[in-house]
Design a protein around this ligand. Structure first.
Ligand code: CO8
Length: 258
């Protein structure tokens, strides 16, 4: 359905499935893949028939990081003076939910991309790491911040300072991933989960995403207040009336997104 060269985009009913597709570089994130991914996510966010997205890679690699060959010769002026991050910032402003379905390597920028998604489903083969230290640098796409918030200081510090990879079980134990599924079932399970989300009232889906994310940027009191305002606001929607009436009438809700 698209002319992209580095990603495949497929619609499964109300779910947009994006597959990173640079197998020769283990899905390393270069400028082209960022630009195509961003374009696909903008189209997804703007399309009222689509309710949730899944981003996945190959069995071997979700993504093995930012493209090292693209960065190798850059100096400070090229990196600082260039615009290498606003695209990723834009990615995080996607308002509908995105699930990362991770099999194989999610390293450096690959781990950071997975963490920019709303939650991670991991295949039992998944391996997460921030190995930038081994390249003489640090995470650059938010990894030092999102990983620390996800797994706490001790493990984030160890991973960033040593480059040690963690497997799916350790990642689940420390709260980095929502759930582990057998590798063969990963994409189907992620799409099924996305379809469950896409079948919910759309305004409530956006509000839930927004308020959980607010927990990372606010004090508890501010976050609770933010939640309350959105909660109040949903009582002005037709879908709140429909959802509660459907419960009382013991039938599924029939959402209008109003
Ligand atoms: N960038 C570019 N090419 C890569 C990358 C990468 N991150 N990872 C793998 N490749 C390429 C390899 O060079 C190789 O290409 P070729 O066949 O032409 O030599 C091909 O993919 C296959 O890789 P390997 O032969 O290395 O495969 P192995 O199975 O032996 O090893 C590993 C797999 C362990 C995943 C290994 O490839 C590896 O260590 N990759 C690098 C991991 C890494 O260091 N990632 C962090 C990158 S830095 C980063 O992400 C910072 C983000 C900051 C944002 C910056 C925005 C501009």
């Amino acid at each position: 359905m698209s002319d992209y060269e580095t990603i495949l985009v497929e619609r499964r009913d109300a779910v947009t499935l994006v597959t990173l597709n640079r197998p020769q570089a283990l899905n390393a994130l270069n400028a082209q893949i960022l630009s195509e991914l961003l374009d696909a996510m903008r189209a997804f966010d703007a399309d009222s028939t689509q309710g949730c997205a899944v981003i996945t890679g190959s069995a071997k690699a979700f993504a093995a990081g930012a493209d090292i060959k693209e960065m190798q010769e850059m100096d400070f002026a090229a990196m600082y003076g260039g615009d290498h991050f606003s695209g990723w910032d834009a990615f995080t402003r996607t308002r509908k939910p995105i699930i990362a379905a991770v099999a194989g390597f999610a390293l450096g920028g690959g781990c950071e991309l997975a963490m920019m998604c709303d939650f991670i489903l991991a295949a039992d083969t998944a391996k997460f790491g921030q190995p930038e230290i081994k390249l003489g640098v640090t995470p650059g796409m938010g990894g030092s911040q999102r990983l620390t918030r996800a797994v706490g200081k001790a493990k984030a510090m160890e991973m960033c300072l040593t480059g040690r990879m963690i497997g799916a079980e350790e990642a689940e134990r420390c709260g980095l991933v929502a759930r582990i599924v057998p590798a063969d079932d990963l994409v189907e399970e992620a799409v099924k989960t996305a379809q469950t989300i896409a079948a919910m009232a759309p305004l409530a889906v956006k509000a839930n995403k927004e308020m959980v994310n607010a927990a990372f940027d606010t004090t508890l009191a501010q976050g609770v207040q933010f939640e309350r305002r959105l909660f109040h606001g949903l009582f002005g929607t037709a879908d709140q009336k429909e959802g509660m009436t459907a419960f009382v009438e013991k039938r599924p809700g029939n959402w209008t997104g109003r």
